[in-house]
Design a protein around this ligand. Structure first.
Ligand code: ADP
Length: 487
């Protein structure tokens, strides 16, 4: 089976969130099962600067993509991933040679419709230029939503056998643009209807993908159920309900090569489940590096995009109580400017007890996962969440809301049986967050109990082995759906 993964971000080349980890690791995990998998993404400025480091070289040939009345061209580049899969890159400097991927902290780029319509159509044109025939195109998020639409409309005759799967990594982002961008798609106005791209008078690229892909999926079972409800459906719940028989949930894994405390070169001391003494060294290092008092207070870490989805407002409203009850906090993140300001103000107020770093820093993220005792993730909703899965592996106990993938990967610690890996709360309120953090920090002081929770957490399996099997099964199903339609 030949699979092309289409994604707006792929680790290690470029990453703003979990989507990059998933696309980057999945292609390698599939490759290791013997599947002919490859991946394609835009050649952003950030990647362009490092083509030599990544071994990315130009491919001969050029793509031409109609975009409204214009023709946009793109060059193709190629590299090998660690498992030997092909990674393709579409270069168009006007669209992608910028400092950010989708926008600045002040807001989205105004030409995102053009950029990702170009990318989606460019992917199909690239297949032609590369002479690549694939069985499945696996699309990810709104930036790729038009690919399934094109395969079933404009490119139907050229790709009659190609099946498409669309993964929703976050339904909160749908690629909604004003109706006058419709001509950019090259699709006729007959596609601007409720049963295609139209959404409350605008164009919705994700909706197009959800309706036209042969199968759809999201990144945890609970989130697959939640998005069919008005609370989590962001207006697309009816579309998702309509497609519920083709909607699947596959939990993400993490890349053990990158995330394993016993071989992590980015942390000051390595440790494992049997000997966690190195974690104490990581904690001291983190306290020193963050200018925190070097005492035995529980250190609560957070690594997240600073967006309302991640419950930053709850954190901001709870910090006073958390710090005053004797904990320290280390926060690393970037995102919306208002959250930057709120957190930096709190940082100035609680020097020695709270550290806030605005920015994206992978090495520092590793040190936070290793050096913290507790990992906080009070998300409003959480499709999968990698943060808590990484934290578990580092023996850093997750505290968060019982929603989506967080609920599927963390189980409440039960004092009587000694089972469980973390602490969960339901109500989206500062009070519920504070109470749950307090419960965790109380148990942190009981050394034996805490050691048990750490051991439970570090024993949890979260590699890509199981998800890769589930993806392969879903690809087969996707091909069956396609074949049934052809009959
Ligand atoms: P999402 O994809 O919604 O942003 P996830 O928890 O699924 O959230 O994945 C986030 C990934 O990005 C994790 O690997 C996390 O460690 C990483 N990450 C998020 N923010 C930062 C940051 N500021 N610096 C370094 N890594 C970050």
């Amino acid at each position: 089976m030949k699979v092309l993964i289409v994604s707006p971000e792929v680790a290690p080349y470029v990453k703003t969130g979990g989507l990059a980890d998933v696309s980057g690791t999945l292609v390698n995990a599939l490759r290791r099962t013997g599947t002919e998998a490859s991946v394609i993404l835009p050649l952003y400025g950030e990647i362009r600067k490092r083509v030599k480091d990544w071994g990315i070289t130009p491919v001969s040939g050029e793509i031409s993509v109609p975009l409204g009345n214009d023709i946009e061209t793109g060059r193709l580049w190629k590299a090998k991933t660690p498992a030997g899969a092909d990674a393709f890159f579409i270069q168009n400097d006007r669209f992608f040679d910028r400092d950010h991927l989708y926008g600045t902290p002040e807001g989205d780029f105004s030409d995102n419709a053009s950029r990702f319509i170009f990318f989606s159509r460019g992917v199909i044109e690239s297949l032609k230029v590369l002479g690549l025939r694939v069985d499945i195109i696996h699309c990810n998020d709104w930036q790729t939503g038009l690919v399934p639409v094109y395969i079933k409309t404009l490119y139907r005759d050229e790709f009659p056998d190609t099946a498409t799967l669309l993964t929703i990594h976050n339904l909160g982002y749908q690629g909604i643009f004003w109706h006058l961008d419709m001509p950019l798609t090259g699709l006729g106005w007959e596609m601007f209807t409720m049963s295609a791209l139209e959404f409350h008078g605008k164009i919705n690229l994700l909706k197009g993908g959800l309706l036209f892909a042969d199968t759809i999926m999201t990144v945890s079972r609970t989130y697959a159920r939640e998005i069919q409800t008005p609370e989590h459906g962001f207006g697309l719940e009816d579309v998702l309900k309509e497609r519920s028989s083709d909607l699947h949930g596959i939990m993400n894994g993490i890349d053990y090569r990158e995330w394993s405390p016993w071989r992590d070169r980015l942390i000051p001391s390595r440790y494992n489940r049997k000997n966690v003494s190195g974690k104490g060294i990581c904690k001291k290092f983190l306290q020193r590096e963050c200018n925190l008092e070097e005492d035995d207070s529980p250190v609560i870490g957070m690594v997240a995009r600073l967006s309302s989805q991640k419950g930053i407002d709850l954190v901001a409203d709870s910090i006073d109580d958390i710090i005053q009850s004797g904990s320290q906090m280390v926060i690393l993140g970037s995102g919306e400017k208002n959250y930057h300001d709120i957190l930096l103000n709190l940082h100035a107020h609680y020097r020695g007890r709270l550290s806030v770093t605005i920015g994206y820093d992978n090495a520092f993220a590793h040190r936070i996962y290793a050096g913290s005792d507790i990992f906080l993730m009070p998300s409003r909703y959480e499709p999968c969440g990698l943060g808590q899965i990484i934290a578990l592996r580092y023996g850093t106990i997750p505290v968060g809301r019982r929603t989506g993938g967080f609920a599927d990967s963390v189980t409440e610690y039960d004092t009587s049986s000694g089972s469980g890996t973390g602490f969960l709360f339901q109500e989206y309120s500062p009070k519920a967050l504070k109470n749950t953090v307090q419960k965790a920090t109380r148990l942190y002081r009981s050394r034996d109990i805490w050691r048990t929770i750490m051991r439970n957490a570090m024993s949890q399996e979260s590699s890509w082995r199981q998800p890769a099997k589930e993806y392969l099964a879903l690809y087969k199903k996707t091909l069956n759906v396609k074949n049934r339609q052809k009959k």
